[in-house]
Ligand binder design. Structure first.
Ligand SMILES: NC(=O)c1ccc[n+]([C@@H]2O[C@H](COP(=O)([O-])OP(=O)(O)OC[C@H]3O[C@@H](n4cnc5c(N)ncnc54)[C@H](O)[C@@H]3O)[C@@H](O)[C@H]2O)c1
Length: 194
């Protein structure tokens, strides 16, 4: 649940989400009346929209959650996953490069990029373990990570990548941005810690 109040008045949050089948605007309700909150319905794969928002909203932090996430669906229509997860991420990184105003880019990936863990393993995958995705969803998340990292190295752009295991879906999510930062409409984060 996006609770703007807990961010403090110095933060302005812009949520960009295309409201795909799994999203629920109710999750933004606690923040909707806040003067420092804005919701924009749109696609991160639209370069014009993303560039426009970064500039007009003076975005300096991107928290990138937006993705197609349902593994089972990725076996059927994997091109959609490539478009949203890889191409969409590419557009966001290119926008960071062009606008040169992003100080933090928090890229939300998944532990699924590591593939399967041995059932008998005492310790799970180490952070530096090889990425061995086993389904189209996790492959697109791994591909997105590569682009994010390459843009960091090639153009000196900031990035923090998280490989979360499982998120608390009681609190539906934010695909987007604040002060603005992107956020999507589901999880609760303490921006101070990023
Ligand atoms: N839920 C988990 O347990 C979990 C675990 C690890 C990583 N993650 C990662 O966290 C992020 C959020 O996961 P979730 O479970 O909340 O996903 P979700 O599928 O519930 O929500 C994804 C949101 O992204 C939006 N979206 C998708 N494509 C978009 C696009 N092109 N432009 C704009 N908005 C778009 C959807 O409309 C939806 O609101 C994802 O990047 C996912 O890979 C989730």
């Amino acid at each position: 649940m996006l609770q703007i109040g807990s961010f403090g008045p110095e933060y302005k949050i812009v949520v960009l989400d295309k409201l795909h089948y799994c999203s629920n605007l109710k999750n933004l309700r606690p923040s909707q009346s806040s003067p420092n909150f804005k919701f924009v319905k749109g696609d991160i794969a639209s370069a014009d929209l993303v560039n426009y928002l970064l500039i007009t909203e003076s975005i300096d932090t991107i928290m990138h959650f937006a993705a197609q996430t349902h593994v089972d669906n990725s076996f059927g229509n994997s091109f959609e996953f490539t478009k949203n997860n890889i191409y969409g991420t590419h557009v966001l990184r290119q926008a960071c490069k062009v606008t040169r105003q992003i100080r933090r880019f928090i890229h939300v990936s998944t532990d699924e990029v590591y593939g399967e863990t041995d059932e008998d393993a005492v310790v799970g995958n180490h952070e530096a373990s090889q990425l061995l995705p086993t389904n189209p969803y996790s492959a697109t998340k791994a591909g997105a990570e590569m682009l994010v990292m390459a843009y960091g190295r090639s153009y000196g752009l900031p990035v923090i990548t998280t490989r979360l295991r499982s998120m608390d879906t009681k609190h539906p999510c934010f695909s987007a941005a604040c002060n603005g930062s992107w956020c999507n409409n589901k999880h609760q984060f303490d921006l101070g810690g990023w």
